[in-house]
Design a protein around this ligand. Structure first.
Ligand SMILES: Cc1cc2nc3c(=O)[nH]c(=O)nc-3n(C[C@H](O)[C@H](O)[C@H](O)COP(=O)(O)OP(=O)(O)OC[C@H]3O[C@@H](n4cnc5c(N)ncnc54)[C@H](O)[C@@H]3O)c2cc1C
Length: 377
């Protein structure tokens, strides 16, 4: 199935799979049920070196390999998508710092992020500004050698447990998206508070609200230049979308594998339900779609690793894979009949988690907008 992976990548895949089987799957139900972020698992992922891909060697990374990220994100998502979503966010932060941060910020934060010693979150969305980030109302005002930050950010992955946040605020409120700038905010700064959110899916990724009340950060905490916030957000989201697509692929694959196994075992009318054409066609169609999703992701990942522009391909991969993940979860529930509808099977969680991926990091409608913009540019 993964013929084109190198031996090293196959080894990575088998290491991640065994970690998921031993450590993630046994606790996934409870973490989801209790909305608990698995800090220990997150740290172990850092210790195992799975935050090193795409990070320069100078800061403790291994250099570019987005295909490796696909392997890590998708395999972990088979056990618990929430955990994978937090990894994606950790990578978003490292990408932003790496591309736009000063040497000071890179040296201060990337080595600890790579080791998973600190947890990062990305805070863009506000109550009145989601798809339209130009509508952000949170502000950053220069005062001597500091910025004073105020605002409220919604639905932030890893928000309840993060040590640092990349926060997007207006340095020039008259300018829409062009007035946005990005700042590093530390959790323990005065005026920072977080509140958990009770979501329907991705419940173990620490979704939270971040409130900034007259938070003072040094000028050095500005990432890039004033006014570059939208550019930073959009370029790192291209990368993040490959991650979200990979997580969706993992969920789809897990749902599909469960459905196939069950269809072989379950008997009705004295025969395995896998013998019924109605189910066979359903699963055959799904198998094609999951393969197609994988190829879209790998295409986007390969383009990124070759240094090519991959905005359109990442949006296509995210749009399609999240749709396939929702369909796979629904199909699996249908194949399992009433068993699929009960909470003790992970199928209903797959559905709740997959649905979140059609919204996070740009809704499906916004992905179509991005794709169309690239087609007509
Ligand atoms: C699980 C999850 C995790 C998230 N994690 C983070 C995070 O870590 N950090 C963060 O900052 N944000 C995060 N978000 C927020 C996410 O990025 C936003 O939810 C998303 O960008 C959409 O914004 P919105 O929810 O305000 O919807 P809106 O922008 O209000 O959109 C509402 C509806 O209108 C549609 N719509 C909007 N504009 C257009 C248009 N131009 N054309 C067609 N249709 C349109 C949308 O597709 C949607 O269906 C997360 C969301 C979820 C669900």
């Amino acid at each position: 199935m993964f013929l084109y992976l190198t031996d090293e990548q196959e080894k990575l895949r088998s290491d991640v799979t065994s970690f998921v089987e031993k450590k993630v799957k046994p606790v996934a139900f409870e973490l989801d049920e209790k909305c608990k972020f698995p800090v220990e698992l997150f740290r172990e992922i850092g210790e195992r070196g799975w935050f090193k891909f795409n990070v320069p060697k100078k800061y403790g990374g291994l250099g570019k390999s987005t295909v490796n990220l696909f392997i890590v994100f998708s395999e972990i998502a088979k056990g618990l998508a929430s955990l994978s979503v937090s990894l994606d966010t950790q990578y978003l932060l490292m990408e932003a710092l790496n591309l736009y941060g000063s040497d000071y910020l890179k040296e201060k934060y990337i080595p600890s992020l790579v080791k998973g010693e600190i947890i990062a979150a990305f805070a863009l969305t506000e109550k009145t500004a989601g798809s339209d980030i130009g509508g952000i109302t949170g502000t950053a005002k220069k005062d001597g050698n500091e910025y004073v930050l105020n605002g409220e950010k919604r639905i932030v992955v890893s928000g309840t447990v993060a040590d640092i946040y990349l926060v997007f605020l207006k340095t020039d409120p008259t300018k829409g998206a062009k007035g946005l700038s990005a700042f590093i905010v530390e959790r323990n700064m005065e005026g920072v508070s977080v509140e958990p959110l009770n979501s329907s899916g991705l419940r173990a990724c620490g979704l939270g609200k971040l409130v900034l009340n007259d938070v003072r950060v040094p000028l050095e905490n500005l990432v890039g230049s004033e006014g570059e916030g939208a550019k930073i957000a959009l370029s790192v989201l291209d990368f993040g979308r490959i991650g979200i697509a990979s997580i969706a692929y993992g969920i789809a694959q897990a749902a599909f594998e469960a459905a196939v196994e069950y269809a072989k075992e379950r008997k009705q009318f004295n025969t395995p339900i896998s013998s019924f054409q109605g189910l066979r066609w359903m699963l055959a169609e799904l198998a094609v779609e999951i393969e197609a999703a994988k190829l879209l992701i790998l295409e986007a990942a390969a383009m990124r690793d070759k240094g090519l522009r991959y905005t359109k391909e990442a949006a296509m991969a995210k749009l399609y894979s999240s749709k396939v993940a929702v369909k796979a979860a629904l199909t699996a529930i249908q194949v399992f009949g009433h068993y699929g509808y009960l909470k003790d099977k992970p199928l209903e969680r797959y559905l709740r988690d997959a649905k979140g991926l059609e919204i996070a990091e740009g809704t499906s409608e916004i992905q179509k907008l991005v794709i169309a913009r690239q087609i007509f540019s």
